[in-house]
Design a binder for this molecule. Structure first.
Ligand code: HEM
Length: 502
């Protein structure tokens, strides 16, 4: 730990030291006399409890781990910058989108389900999280490399993750559990069609796109609202591994994605992504065959346009301090960008900051990697690990003794409300059309790989009902898809057709 850096943050001056800068010290700054031999009562006597260096070393070692992320535990991060290239002030007042402006970013790309040390080759969506350190606070765009998600309501998320994670009994991932859950979730058909294609095993992190997935809201200076979706398009192109290639890579290197990224950045081959947006007038929300606020759908009938470019050009100096302690949250929004009413997103707006208070503590936004690059001014205070610099006696508002005020630009937008409170499915579920369109857009080899990848897992499912319900979903997406898959898993096509009619 380098305390000098900390002193700069807290504004506390360091005392002049009589020790050389190379002197090994304990955490209290006192010099270490011997870092190789414990303090003992003679040659064969016991180790003394008063050996504070030994005790501190063991204590700190025992506390090195923090809980890993409950999902997306395996990831790699890097620094870079985003340059806005278009004037979109008619759409958003977000200052980072002022044409020509450069904003520093930190990006973390991850797999979802398996733990921190798991291979990077595994089939999974890839998380694609970007923290923009804007001049109006941090904006986190916490997305994936696939444009849709498995579910459309946050209330299903913990169950979904439980089914995908290793079994609580055997600690092994089990397709029986996965498909037992998903046979009740037809809206996942679209995401399954993507994740079981070779897009579920990207060749490198540089050669994949990123998607915000949800609709967000753009608000301009006049308060006008538009829905918006974000996509990072890789300038490196897209390159995926088929199942055979993925296992060959895994046999040699289970950190291939991190290694590729670090190696390319080290040689100055900086990866770049262009940011594209799709915009929808709220008046048009009902004019599509799908519900635009449903995270299982793409806006395939809306054109996109480029608004900027991101370059990743610097790897972290310390993995734990920067990548592991990075905390991305959909709640980190700036004026001009708001969440849409998407039910999945609304749950995420709560969930990330909440888990990060558990994983990293209430003051995690004060950590250097998470800290806003603008002054943070409020009366949230104290808590474990606080390194803020609150010096005023006034820790409340309003007050005649403190001139800090709200900014009108930070006010949330207004929206007309309709309807009644309810707990109901969305009306336009349409669980299969886009999955079928996607299947039909694949080349012959993409289709074959998708079917063999899916059959590999679905074929092992013991419960016939579960297997056939899943098959009926793929059949409803596309008949050829369902029939080929049924054949590949030795299912009963009559049964599949019957279930599809229900
Ligand atoms: C209601 C649905 C969801 C919930 C409740 C949820 C919850 C979580 C939680 C608790 C974490 C761990 C955060 C941390 O410890 O720092 C996480 C990480 C993450 N989630 Fe989600 N998630 C949901 C859906 C999604 C969706 C739809 C996406 C993509 C659009 C996504 C992308 C990510 C990414 C990229 C990370 C890793 C961030 C990082 O690199 O630190 N999640 N999620």
């Amino acid at each position: 730990m380098k305390i000098k850096a900390l002193s700069i943050m807290t504004g506390m001056a360091l005392a002049a030291s009589s020790l050389a800068s190379t002197t090994l010290t304990r955490d209290n700054g006192a010099p270490v006399g011997d870092n190789q031999n414990s303090y003992t009562a003679g040659e064969n006597g016991s180790v003394l409890l008063q050996d504070v260096q030994l005790i501190q070393k063991l204590q700190r070692f025992a506390r090195e781990r923090i809980p890993e992320r409950v999902v997306h535990a395996r990831g790699t991060g890097m620094h870079g910058e985003f340059v806005a290239t278009e004037d979109i002030s008619d759409l958003t007042k977000a200052s980072l989108f002022e044409e020509g402006k450069t904003t520093p970013v930190f990006v973390r790309i991850s797999t979802v389900i398996h733990s921190k040390g798991s291979p990077e080759t595994l089939r999974d969506p890839r998380g694609f999280a970007t923290k923009f350190y804007t001049d109006e606070g941090n904006w986190d765009l916490v997305g994936n490399n696939l444009p849709v998600f498995f579910i459309r309501d946050a209330i299903k998320f913990p169950d979904m993750v439980h089914s995908l994670k290793p079994s609580p009994v055997t600690n092994k991932q089990d397709a029986n559990r996965v498909f037992d859950f998903f046979s009740h979730v037809p809206e996942a058909t679209h995401m399954f069609t993507r994740v079981y294609s070779d897009y579920g095993t990207p060749a490198s992190l540089r050669e994949m796109d990123g998607f915000g997935v949800h609709a967000y809201k753009f608000i301009n200076k006049k308060g006008a609202v538009n829905y918006v979706k974000f996509q990072w398009k890789s300038q490196q192109g897209i390159n995926n591994l088929n199942a055979k290639q993925a296992s060959a890579v895994q046999a040699k290197d289970f950190s291939h994605a991190t290694n590729d990224l670090y190696a390319n950045i080290a040689k100055g081959n900086y990866p770049k992504w262009d940011l594209y947006i799709k915009v929808m007038d709220p008046k048009d929300l009902g004019n599509h065959s799908y519900n635009p606020l449903d995270a299982t759908k793409v806006w395939d009938d809306v054109k996109d346009k480029k608004v900027g470019t991101m370059t990743l050009n610097r790897t972290p100096n310390n993995f734990f301090q920067e990548t592991e302690q990075a905390a991305f949250a959909p709640a980190n929004l700036v004026p001009g960008i708001e969440p849409s009413e998407d039910r999945l997103l609304q749950g995420r707006v709560f969930s990330y900051a909440d888990t990060q208070m558990y994983r990293l503590g209430a003051n995690h936004q004060q950590l250097p990697i998470n800290r806003a690059r603008v002054e943070v001014n409020n009366w949230n205070q104290d808590g474990k690990g606080n390194i803020g610099s609150q010096t005023s006696e006034v820790n409340y508002q309003p007050s005649r003794k403190d001139n800090r005020v709200e900014a009108p630009t930070g006010r949330y937008s207004n929206a007309a409300l309709v309807g009644k409170t309810q707990q109901m499915k969305i009306t336009k579920e349409d669980n299969f059309t886009q999955a079928g369109n996607l299947y039909r857009s694949f080349s012959a080899s993409q289709k074959s790989n998708l079917i063999s990848n899916l059959a590999g897992d679905l074929g092992g499912v013991k419960d016939s009902e579960t297997k056939h319900i899943m098959l009926s979903y793929f059949y409803q997406a596309d008949k050829d898809f369902g029939m080929r898959l049924t054949k590949a898993v030795k299912g009963n096509i009559k049964k599949v057709k019957q279930l599809a009619k229900k």
